[in-house]
Design a protein around this ligand. Structure first.
Ligand code: SAM
Length: 246
């Protein structure tokens, strides 16, 4: 299903974070303890404590962003100048919608953001959201139709659920990255940019070589909002060069 809801900006509503239960502010940050650990697994208690003490989670809540991931895109944008007013952006793996919110805010009402995810995404004013597997036949065509013109930026934060098996997880994310790259080459305008999530070890050499042929610059970046203990990083390719004759 494709949905477009109204126009205007998002991510700026809901001022002020509501104070989570058990929050203690010391002036040096958040210090939350999960007191009711009875019957809860240690790992889930640790996850909850980390969420409650994570300044990005608090800031995302304060700014009305649906995910702390929103800050990864904001930081990548500061590093590489990716988002432009009036631009056309594709957001692959958009749920719950943090990147779409940031992109929509940046491109403004004259721009266009098309997001796709396996999970449904609640409407984001101005954005077109497709609920479908990007790897499914027909999905790229639906995005192109919704985009209605060449893209300035293709983003992929797609990640399959982790299996815990390093090599399997790496292969799965690389196949998503490769599909996203092939799609980017079909839809990007000359000079456009591509960003994709990869795992530690970076992008595979063969894919990296293909990227370098099609973009003026290809770099790896780990924005500060990406947790230090997470294996993720991003490959950022700038200055798309269409194939001669394409
Ligand atoms: C880390 S989350 C994205 C977070 C998002 N950037 C944000 O700011 O809210 C990764 C998303 O990729 C989606 N995903 C994974 N494989 C996909 C596929 N084949 N097609 C579409 N979405 C996919 C998952 O459903 C998940 O919602």
């Amino acid at each position: 299903m494709t949905s477009r809801s109204g126009s205007g900006r998002s991510g700026s509503g809901r001022p002020g974070a509501s104070k989570p239960r058990g929050t203690r502010f010391s002036g040096r940050g958040l210090h939350n303890r999960v007191k009711t650990a009875k019957g809860r697994k240690t790992s889930s208690k640790m996850w909850l404590e980390r969420q409650l003490n994570d300044p990005y989670v608090a800031e995302a809540k304060a700014r009305g962003y649906r995910s702390r991931a929103a800050f990864k895109l904001k930081e990548l944008d500061v590093m590489f100048g990716l988002l432009k007013k009036g631009g056309r952006v594709v957001d692959l793996g958009a749920a719950p919608g943090g990147w779409t919110q940031v992109a929509m805010n940046a491109v403004g009402p004259k721009g266009k953001v098309v997001g796709i995810d396996l999970q449904p995404v609640d409407p984001i004013p101005g954005a077109l959201l497709i609920h479908q597997d990007f790897m499914e036949e027909g999905a790229p065509e639906r995005i192109k139709a919704a985009l209605d013109g060449p893209a300035d930026l293709v983003l992929s934060d797609m990640a399959a659920p982790a299996t815990g098996h390093r090599q399997t997880d790496h292969l799965r994310i690389m196949s998503l990255c490769e599909a996203a790259f092939d799609f980017a080459c079909e839809v990007l305008a000359p000079g456009g940019a591509f960003v994709a999530k990869v795992l530690k070890g970076g992008t595979e050499n063969e894919l990296l070589a293909r990227m370098k042929q099609r973009f003026a610059q290809v770099k790896h970046a780990k924005p500060p909002a990406s947790r230090a203990d997470s294996a993720e990083s991003y490959v950022v390719a700038i200055g798309f060069r269409p194939e001669s004759g394409a």
